[in-house]
Design a protein around this ligand. Structure first.
Ligand code: HEM
Length: 138
């Protein structure tokens, strides 16, 4: 599979997953539990797709170096994105598990952290994409 296609799938799935998290938050804030559940499970499914395609890309191609002028900012974004993406995986599993099991007390405690981390990871995924693809312009 081509590099461009894999990049396209990665940024699309991670971006949609972040948008679905925001949608799911909106649903629970407006009291629509069933829609909240559907949005969050869809977000998790897209994140899983992202992981699979990211894995394929990582396996097939060497990472693209950043050659623009904002090296420190780029590295900060990349490192915080990677660390929090790794943290997000167990957080997401526990949050969805607690939600599905109906353990809402615990779910409510951990879920805001998961949502925040998730949105940060999705947003910075896009930022990194822009760094790498608009780097020549900056
Ligand atoms: C990525 C996964 C999820 C995230 C980030 C998430 C996020 C949240 C957040 C932030 C709240 C608290 C809202 C507030 O207090 O204002 C909440 C509540 C809730 N979530 Fe989730 N959620 C997720 C998955 C699920 C799933 C799979 C279910 C399945 C049923 C679920 C069911 C609920 C319910 C019923 C509440 C309300 C609990 C209550 O009012 O006591 N959530 N969720």
């Amino acid at each position: 599979m081509g590099y461009e296609i894999l990049t396209f799938i990665s940024v699309t799935t991670i971006g949609l997953s972040g948008i679905l998290i925001l949608t799911g938050l909106f649903f629970i804030k407006t009291g629509r539990r069933e829609l909240h559940k559907k949005a969050m499970i869809s977000a998790s499914f897209l994140a899983l797709l992202f992981l699979i395609f990211y894995g394929i890309k990582y396996f097939l191609y060497p990472p693209k170096p950043y050659e623009g002028p904002y090296r420190e900012l780029y590295l900060f974004t990349l490192i915080s994105h990677s660390v929090l993406a790794a943290v997000n995986l167990p957080l997401a599993v526990v949050t969805v598990f607690l939600g599905i099991r109906g353990r809402y007390g615990k779910h409510r405690k951990i879920a805001p952290i998961t949502a925040l981390v998730w949105i940060y990871v999705a947003l910075t995924g896009w930022v990194i994409f822009f760094f790498l693809n608009l780097g020549e312009v900056g």
